[in-house]
Design a protein around this ligand. Structure first.
Ligand SMILES: NC(=O)c1ccc[n+]([C@@H]2O[C@H](COP(=O)([O-])OP(=O)(O)OC[C@H]3O[C@@H](n4cnc5c(N)ncnc54)[C@H](O)[C@@H]3O)[C@@H](O)[C@H]2O)c1
Length: 256
């Protein structure tokens, strides 16, 4: 459930309310920080209540606990947001995981189910609840989903994860066309590999890191700061005529 910390002194009177799922770690924290620094009211939302609280405290943001894969948790979270802040303007569906890896013919079914539950079902549940909320409030808002270029380019051992991100891209297009009449835009950012806690395992393995860098024309694995501006842009009025796209931020990896 959302609890309120002191609003950031930098929050402007015209601030939008921005919800970032998975905001307790990695790319989500980077996105939340950028919106917070821009003077927006940010809600750091995560399945880890302690993680959300601690990340939010560092940026003067609000925080909340939600398990995006659980419909009751999502509905309670959105109702609580509405009570506290009224209309939400921007949703960043960032929470996600791989949950493990391996060839499809050997993959543990529990790993598959966990990944589908969070990445696919979770993005659906948050879009369902927040899309309805934005439409009800007349918020001509924006939803930005965090996909992956894996949705379009396979890497052996990540098939389960990549399939969920292909589902996220499909949800992005469907939600974009269904919510357009309400002035709500829905887009995705599709990163290649990014240095975060999720990739710490392979990033600390010289051989694995070098092999991945060799697939990237611009030559380096992304930092979180390389991904954040694309999210900020798609959530901004500068992107007012853009909806239904999944924008790669991958150093050119999809060209190879
Ligand atoms: N790191 C990469 O290389 C990379 C590349 C492409 C896409 N992505 C995507 O970016 C997003 C963020 O990844 P990251 O690398 O920052 O990961 P991360 O592991 O650092 O952070 C993920 C966050 O999501 C939260 N989370 C997990 N399950 C949740 C649930 N059920 N409900 C609410 N929150 C939940 C976790 O607690 C964590 O705080 C994910 O969707 C991931 O698939 C990451």
């Amino acid at each position: 459930m959302t609890r309120t910390s002191q609003p950031s002194p930098a929050t402007s009177p015209a601030a939008r309310t921005v919800v970032v799922t998975g905001g307790a770690s990695g790319i989500g924290t980077g996105i939340a920080e950028a919106f917070s620094e821009a003077g927006e009211r940010v809600v750091v939302a995560d399945v880890s209540a302690a993680g959300a609280k601690s990340a939010a405290a560092g940026m003067g943001a609000e925080h909340g606990e939600v398990d995006i894969g659980d419909a009751a948790s999502v509905d309670a979270f959105v109702a609580d947001l509405e009570n506290r802040f009224g209309a939400v303007d921007v949703l960043v569906n960032n929470a996600g995981l791989a949950g493990g890896g391996g060839p499809l013919v050997e993959l543990d079914v529990d790993v598959f189910d966990t990944c589908v539950r969070v990445n696919f079902r979770g993005t659906f549940l948050m879009t369902r609840a927040m899309g309805a909320h934005m439409a009800r409030h007349g918020t001509r808002g924006a939803i930005v989903n965090i996909s992956s270029i894996g949705s379009r380019q396979p890497t052996p051992g990540l098939g389960h994860y990549e399939a969920t991100k292909a589902a996220v891209d499909a949800l992005t297009r469907s939600a974009a066309i269904e919510l357009a009449a309400h002035g709500i835009r829905v887009n995705a950012v599709a990163p290649g590999p990014v240095y975060t806690p999720m990739t710490a395992g392979f990033a600390s393995n010289d051989e694995a890191r070098t092999a991945w860098e060799a697939r990237i024309p611009l030559g380096s694995i992304a930092q979180i700061a390389d991904v954040v501006p694309a999210v900020a842009f798609l959530a901004s009025d500068d992107a007012r005529h853009i909806t239904g796209v999944s924008l790669p931020v991958d150093g050119g990896q999809l060209l190879t």
